[in-house]
Structure formats: structure tokens, C-alpha cells
Design a protein around this ligand. Structure first.
Ligand SMILES: [Zn+2]
Length: 301
């Protein structure tokens, strides 16, 4: 065998290897998947995703599906019933993080930690068409995500596409000491930092502690998400929705930062929320008027 023969052999092996992995590489390069992966990495770097904590789903556009479907499995998984149903999500495609997979690892191996699932024509079952390699399944919170996607889609005229669940520590800490009321939490967060009422003028919902992954927490959260873009789960974490990855990550980030400021102010003030200086309700109303915000009036005094 001469040098060129061995080079040709190496080249053939290289081509075979590339062909064998091309589906993973190609989907990973698509803009929607790059945005998905970046959010997972950003959330990990914020410290919101210990172990396998948190999950992310994205309702793909027709263009996302067109650009990725040539890489879908020839043999998708079998249909898995969800126990919930949504007419407006019949035939939809979602990018999803995997059950038991770690946000920390997403950027290192997308096809192992993330998948694409297709929803059936009845809108009540999924099957895996890409990724989640090595026997992966969609996040155990997928039925919750699915119901909330349906609600958010209706509430936003189809604009909402991203649902992100994380375990940010200041939000969780506040659920230990504050009344578990959407109004109380929203007012504390609005007053923590001027930007907040601009970022979430509808407020933030609060769900009392419940067993995760079940139908009850899915129902309670989707009921609140008819009104709110984000919802706090007591002693658990935060759910945020948005039209794209930037807006959704930004909402999560803003709420957690405001919660951190409120925690620090409480500590500096001996545990009392009767702060010497804060934003007044008149101040909040002035921001609303200046920027013509669709504010939740019931949360202003
Ligand atoms: Zn969680």
C-alpha cells in the first residue's frame, strides 16, 4: 500500500464518520438550536441548574421544521400519550431538553441532551424525531410545558414560543418568607428595581408548593399563565415564557435579579419590608403612564 492508498483509506473513513453523525451536526448548526443551546449554557452559568434541575421547550416555526426535517430519524419513536390535550398544538414540533439530562452538558453534546418531538394529529401524544440519543426522553415536565404552551399561544395570538423553567435561588428563598400571593410578589419585585414594571407589567403568578411533574401543578400553572408571562413555584423555582430565547431568558434574569435585590434589602433592613426608601405606587403609575404599559391595575394601590 502506498502513501496515497492509505490517505484515500483515511479519507473514506472520515467521510463515513461524517455521514454517520451528520444529523447531529447539522441540526446543531441551525439558528433555532443555537439559540436553544445558548440559553441552556447561560442558565447554567447563572447557577440556576444544579444537577438535572430545570428544563426548556421551544415551539418550532414552520421554517425551523423545514430546515431540520431532512435530518429527522427514519424511524421515529412510537407515539407516547401525555394525558393532556391541546387543539392548537396538533401537529406542532418542539425542541426539548431531556429528562434527567443536565443543562451543564447541553453545549457539549446537543443530540444526547436535547431532542425534537412531534405532536400527533389529535394533539395528545408525542414522538421523538431527532436527538435524545441513548434512550433519552423529553423532560418529565413536558405535559406541564405542553399545556402552558397552549395557553400562552392563545394569550399572545401565537407569538409565545419559549418556555423556560429554572431554579434561581433568590426567587425560591423569597417563597419561604413572603405570602404566596401573586399580588404581594409582583409588588415587591416591581418596587425592587425600576425596570421591572416595564419588563413584566402584567405581574408574576405564584403557585403554592405542589408535587412537580403532575397534572395538578400543570393545571394550576397554566391557569395563571393565561394572565402572567411568568410564574413562581413555591420552594421550587420559576417558569418564564416569551416569543424568543432572548426575551425569555431576559425575563427570568430580571425577575431573579429583582428577587435578589429584595432579599438584600430585607436583610439590610433587619427583615422588615418597610423600607426607608423605595418606589411608591405613584412612581409605578408614572412609569406606566409615561410608557403606556399594559399594567395589571389590580396590583397597584
Ligand atoms: Zn424544577
Amino acid at each position: 500500500m502506498d502513501v496515497m492508498d492509505s490517505f484515500q483509506g483515511m479519507f473514506d473513513k472520515g467521510v463515513a464518520a461524517v455521514k454517520g453523525t451528520v444529523s447531529g451536526v447539522a441540526v446543531e448548526m441551525l439558528p433555532f438550536m443555537q439559540g436553544f443551546v445558548r440559553l441552556c449554557t447561560d442558565g447554567w452559568e447563572q447557577g440556576w441548574h444544579e444537577r438535572n434541575g430545570g428544563n426548556l421547550t421551544y415551539r418550532m416555526t414552520d421554517e425551523d421544521v423545514r430546515s431540520s426535517q431532512s435530518f429527522f430519524y427514519e424511524q421515529p419513536s412510537s407515539w407516547m400519550p401525555m394525558g393532556v390535550q391541546a387543539d392548537n398544538l396538533r401537529g406542532a414540533f418542539f425542541a426539548v431538553t431531556g429528562a434527567g439530562r443536565f443543562m451543564r452538558n447541553v453545549q457539549l453534546d446537543v443530540a444526547h441532551n436535547v431532542g425534537i418531538v412531534e405532536i400527533n394529529g389529535a394533539g395528545d401524544a408525542w414522538r421523538i424525531v431527532w436527538g435524545l440519543r441513548d434512550g433519552g426522553l423529553p423532560t418529565s415536565e413536558f405535559p406541564s410545558h405542553f399545556m402552558i404552551h397552549s395557553v400562552r399561544m392563545q394569550a399572545t395570538g401565537g407569538a409565545s414560543r419559549v418556555l423556560y423553567h429554572a431554579h434561581p435561588e433568590n426567587v425560591i428563598a423569597l417563597t419561604k418568607v413572603m405570602p404566596l400571593s401573586s399580588r404581594e410578589f409582583t409588588r415587591a419585585l416591581w418596587k425592587a428595581m425600576t425596570e421591572c414594571i416595564i419588563v413584566f407589567p402584567k405581574g408574576v403568578g405564584v403557585v403554592e408548593w405542589m408535587v412537580p411533574g403532575g397534572a395538578d401543578i400543570a393545571r394550576a400553572t397554566s391557569e395563571l399563565m393565561k394572565t402572567y408571562d411568568a410564574c413562581i413555584w413555591a420552594s421550587h423555582g420559576l417558569f418564564a415564557s416569551g416569543p424568543d430565547f432572548d426575551m425569555t431568558f431576559g425575563l427570568m434574569h430580571t425577575i431573579e435579579k429583582a428577587a435578589g435585590i429584595h432579599v438584600k434589602a430585607l436583610m439590610l433592613n433587619g427583615g422588615s419590608s418597610d423600607f426607608p426608601n423605595t418606589i411608591t405606587d405613584d412612581g409605578l403609575r408614572a412609569i406606566v403612564q409615561e410608557l403606556n404599559l399594559p399594567v395589571n391595575e389590580a396590583f397597584l394601590s
